[in-house]
Design a protein around this ligand. Structure first.
Ligand code: ADP
Ligand code: RBF
Ligand code: MG
Length: 168
């Protein structure tokens, strides 16, 4: 049995490396100091919840998506698959741990300030330092493929009200 770990918190800014350098956006989660799991790459489920206007930050080039979201508030996404990294990112030698969630579905807007509800379901591997950024990118592509195959195993939690809001 996998041990489930639930984290519910805000999306904060990271180093801006995910999308730009690795082609894989990761929503960095705030206040994770009490997470006791080992560092590594995990997969599981995630839900994006935006309750009010203060929780979405408009950015240059983002105006259209921003308007669309404002019309849908409160925005409660379906429960989606995710793959995440928890740790120090040895490739970049970060000084502090981060929890970075890549949602397997595509979003065409940024959601800094919004709430993510994350259910970490299964560990896939340890963090590693590769010989090049290209090798790291390849490892991440593999993780995304493996996570996509795993998500159906977590179906039973999708409608669990302890973790996720039901879409009205
Ligand atoms: P940062 O270093 O600030 O975390 P990233 O390049 O990792 O920057 O991009 C992460 C941001 O991209 C998230 O905070 C979120 O607002 C946005 N985003 C868009 N699509 C996704 C997705 N599928 N998964 C995770 N974040 C996404
Ligand atoms: N960082 C590492 O240093 N080593 C890793 O093995 C590693 N694997 C990752 C796997 C996935 C699926 C994701 C989403 C991220 C991973 N990262 C890893 C984190 C990555 O370096 C980080 O998201 C970017 O540096 C942006 O902060
Ligand atoms: Mg990130």
């Amino acid at each position: 049995m996998n041990q489930l770990v639930y984290v519910r918190n805000r999306v904060v800014r990271g180093f801006g490396r995910g999308s730009k350098q690795l082609g894989c956006p990761t929503a960095n989660i705030d206040s994770i100091s009490d997470l006791t799991i080992s560092t590594g790459i995990y997969c599981g489920l995630v839900q994006l919840v935006i309750k009010n206007e203060a929780e979405v930050q408009m950015e240059p080039g983002n105006e259209k998506a921003y308007q669309e979201i404002l019309e849908k508030l409160p925005f409660i996404s379906p429960v989606l698959g995710m793959v995440c990294n928890f740790g120090y990112c040895p490739q970049f030698e970060n000084k502090e741990r981060s929890l970075e969630v890549h949602i397997l579905d595509k979003f065409d807007f940024n959601f800094y300030g919004a709430e993510l509800r994350v259910l970490i379901c299964k560990k896939m591997r340890d963090e590693a330092k590769y010989n090049s950024i290209d090798e790291l990118k390849e490892a991440i592509s593999n993780d995304i493929r493996n996570a996509s195959n795993e998500v159906s195993n977590f179906k039973e939690y999708q409608s669990d009200k302890q973790y996720f809001l039901s879409d009205p």
